[in-house]
Design a protein around this ligand. Structure first.
Ligand SMILES: Nc1ncnc2c1ncn2[C@@H]1O[C@H](COP(=O)(O)OP(=O)(O)O)[C@@H](O)[C@H]1O
Ligand SMILES: O=C(OP(=O)(O)O)[C@H](O)COP(=O)(O)O
Ligand SMILES: [Mg+2]
Length: 395
């Protein structure tokens, strides 16, 4: 990668602002269910501690939409991080203003501070220059280690780079280098699997993916918009009504490009988004008005497994169902086992997808576990990620 890294920077005694992606999955009680994104950021943090920097960590958590919301506080993450570093880290209840500045001023060389959720300010996602300048004003150097958020041009990923020198972190470097090498000349058949819940965010990448892959499997919440485009009723399922026309276009494009586009043929439905909801498996033509599809069915899983078994390269983002609830985890489990067993190069990315493969104990059998879902897909599309583009070039 031709970007300067934290290894190229003199950091001793300096205040260093590090953008991390601590957007970890939480359960209903707010407990961290998977800490992969925290573990993955440790090499950069430990490097900075060892080198005697004053480390200021910034992240988002969830989508609080510009308002303070205790549900999305990073304070529990600060506690978890302290236990992982075997060093107390401090926490500032705001990422800007006097609260942040005072916390920064207390830092000694080798100490770490975590700032509260940057998305508690609407200016973050708007990439507001004054807000970015204020964040940058906390530090003398910026390190972007948030690969999972590198596809967002927000104040804490892109905006700050206009005010202080900006380099990449060790995780960012590793992710970009691995993805670049693995996806430049992928061994074929090359299969992409897309699922999950961020439909409007991710459906846009499919157009470009159809230029790259031999087959595309669509499951999870993403599938419903395609099922609707095929003329099926999806009841109360997660659906992006405004994207149904786009889904029709993508189905046509796949035919023209001779890319195999696989959609579910059966689904597990329930009347409510609840772990204990009564559920049944139906053909996609039989989803009731009052039902929602929460997992792919066994016939779909069988079809997807067969395609994955023949693949030489697989990239997977987005679970096949609501795997957090046992009743709707089977589809994700079967696809995870198939990807693990296929014998090709396998990349699984995304905060929730990684949690799923770790829960199913197959993470060790994947070639690469990426901390980015949307970021991996946009990288694969051939896009230059704005969080990476903004960093200083080497030499
Ligand atoms: N059919 C579905 N309906 C609603 N939500 C779903 C469905 N299938 C999967 N999901 C949800 O999608 C979420 C993950 O989506 P997303 O954030 O896009 O993936 P990732 O974090 O891996 O990039 C999971 O929490 C899962 O419960
Ligand atoms: O969880 C994330 O992405 P992912 O769900 O695609 O893996 C990143 O933290 C980005 O979050 P965002 O999609 O709310 O900008
Ligand atoms: Mg996610």
């Amino acid at each position: 990668m031709n970007k300067k890294s934290v290894n190229d920077a003199e950091v001793r005694g300096k205040r260093v602002l590090v953008r991390v992606d601590f957007n970890v999955p939480l359960d209903e009680q707010g407990h961290i269910t998977n800490d992969k994104r925290i573990q993955a950021a440790l090499p950069t943090i430990l490097h900075l501690i060892r080198e005697g920097a004053r480390v200021i960590l910034a992240s988002h958590l969830g989508r609080p939409k510009g308002k303070v919301n205790p549900k999305y506080s990073l304070e529990p993450v600060a506690k978890h991080l302290s236990s992982q570093l075997a060093q107390e880290i401090s926490f500032a209840t705001d990422c800007v203003g006097d609260v942040a500045m005072e916390a920064v001023n207390k830092l000694q060389d080798g100490q770490v501070l975590l700032l509260e959720n940057v998305r508690f300010h609407a200016e973050e996602e708007k990439n507001d220059p004054a807000f970015a300048k204020e964040l940058a004003g906390l530090a003398e150097l910026f390190v972007n280690d948030a690969f999972g958020t590198a596809h967002r041009a927000h104040a804490s990923t892109e905006g700050v780079t206009h005010y202080i020198p900006a380099v990449c972190g060790l995780l960012m470097q590793k992710e970009v280098e691995f993805m670049g090498n693995a996806l430049e000349h992928p061994e074929r058949p090359f299969v992409a699997i897309i699922g999950g819940a961020k439909v409007s965010d991710k459906i846009g990448v499919i157009d470009n993916l159809l230029e790259k892959v031999d087959a595309l499997i669509i499951g999870g919440g993403m599938a419903n918009t395609f099922l609707k485009a095929q003329g099926f009723n999806v009841g109360k399922s997660l659906l992006e009504e405004e994207k149904v026309e786009l889904a029709k276009h993508l189905i046509e494009k796949a035919k023209t490009k001779r890319v195999k586009l696989e959609l579910p043929i059966d689904v597990v439905v329930a009347p409510a988004f609840q772990a204990d909801a009564p559920h049944r498996t139906v053909n996609v033509s039989e989803i009731g008005e009052d039902e929602m599809a929460l997992d792919i069915g066994p016939a779909s899983a069988g079809k997807f497994e067969a395609l994955v078994a023949a693949a030489r390269t697989v990239i997977w983002n987005g679970p096949m169902g609501v795997f957090e609830m046992d009743a709707f985890a089977k589809g994700t489990e079967r696809v995870a086992q198939a990807v693990a067993a296929c014998g090709g190069t396998t990349i699984v990315g995304g905060g929730d997808s990684v949690a799923a493969v770790e829960k199913m104990s197959v993470a060790d059998r994947m070639t690469h576990i990426s901390t980015g879902g949307g970021a991996s897909l946009e990288f694969l599309e051939g896009k230059v990620l704005p969080g990476v583009a903004a960093l200083q070039d080497k030499g």
